[in-house]
Design a protein around this ligand. Structure first.
Ligand code: SF4
Length: 60
């Protein structure tokens, strides 16, 4: 499963990194996916991060 962060939508709130630091990392106040494809063991928390994004910037 591959995840994407829409850089135009991301407001740099940090929620995704807090929920799933294995996959999401803030760089210059924008979230980036540092691990694609996302390994099985992190997919659930990556999905939680997607659902927790306040501006729906994360997709898969
Ligand atoms: S939760 Fe959404 S808005 Fe917040 S840093 Fe992550 S991608 Fe950006």
């Amino acid at each position: 499963m591959n995840f994407k962060v829409n850089q135009d939508l991301c407001i740099g709130c940090g929620a995704c990194e807090e929920i799933c630091p294995e996959v999401f990392e803030l760089v210059d106040d924008k979230s980036q996916v540092k691990l694609n494809p996302v390994p099985e063991e992190f997919q659930e928390s990556a999905l939680d991060a997607e659902n927790g994004c306040p501006v729906q910037a994360i997709s898969h």
